[in-house]
Design a protein around this ligand. Sequence first.
Ligand code: AMP
Ligand code: GLY
Length: 431
Amino acid sequence: MRVLLVGSGAREHALAAALCRSPLLDELFIAPGNPGTAALGRNVAIAADDVAGLVAFAQAERLALVVPGPEAPLIAGLADACAEAGLACAGPSRAAAELEGSKSFTKGVCDAAGIPTARWERFTDPAAARAFVGRRGVPQVLKADGLAAGKGVVVARSLAEAEAAIAAMMESRSLGEAGDALVIEECLEGEEVSLFAFCDGAQALLIGAAQDHKRIGEGDTGANTGGMGAVSPPPGFDRGAQEHALDLLVRPALAELVRRGTPFRGVLFAGLMLTAQGPKLIEFNVRFGDPEAQALLARLRSDLLAALAALCDGRLLESGLRFSDDAAIAVVLAGRGYPGTPTTGGVIAGLDEAERIAGVRVFQAATSRDPDGTLRGAGGRVLSVCATASSLADARDAAYAAIARIDWVDAVWRRDIGVHALARLEEAAVR
Ligand code: AMP
Ligand code: GLY
């Protein structure tokens, strides 16, 4: 098969590496890709959200499959445009991608399908939002209804914080039109985990689960980021619990979308809270997570391309997925200043030395390569250092040993990725 992979992050570098392991793959194109993916296929200079450009390229090259990495092209209608052009696309239609595009859409699906989630209400009037928070008290979670690149959620633990969020999002329009409507919901307490499934419309197949580290600072402090590290599997969320969560949270959502005539095809990412009352849905995303994918795909032992092709054909359940029992970890190296303005241009060396450690792979995101081969930092999240081993402790040691071999003056990373998970595993062992 000749395949177009869309995106340019470390998630896409990891996807490219997994696709390259497939005996079904004849040729891989990545749009726009990065210096890491250039070593695995041919990068083509088309932006990830240029739907018309992507479809024209796939048609001209008569490609067998389009694999979207990020959500933006899906929300912009990439899968619909592929369908019109007779191209297979392993991602959801624009209508089904509303699961990520709109918080209130997802909440409506949850209510219709009986999916456990935080109680919620939607507001377009700041005065009504204020009155609601005043009545309900804190903590409350305030969310911009539209897509806000991870910046649209405030967990308000005081009335002043809630007030500030309403003023900023609804009145000062700090997030533009994304904040014109606000969803205010009950604050869930517990362990937060991410669950991933391949879906072919009617059916879902468990991929696995991971735990992200969203804050920039150690001890989960500081600003929210796209994700600074991940472990898979997460502590206290074994295969059985993952299958249970799939039945409770994912399969009913698929059935509801089938009922509405907009079936979901692609990778569904359920962000959930393991509460004292059981798993509850926080959000859906319509794609793999980054850096969760790097950790999950490191454990995949079966053919990713076969699974993606099968989900496009509605034959998902025929594609047996297999994963190793190893633990995996991904640690993100970002340019100093991220998630604000990162320092760019610094020379990066030592990646080959890092990958000489058993079980280690380094995936690239915002890097650039000079004509003489010099690699440089070129943005926020720059590298994902990934390791697998028979235990999380060993995987963690390998990843950090690999980072010690990387030479890049602008790098910032968290030293505590996986520390919380290890502590939970030790607690469980004591009990
Ligand atoms: P979202 O954009 O919906 O993923 O929200 C971003 C983050 O806010 C989540 O990853 C959670 O850590 C937190 N969050 C969102 N909703 C809730 C909730 N109802 N209760 C507690 N934390 C939440
Ligand atoms: N790491 C979170 C995400 O990809 O949305």
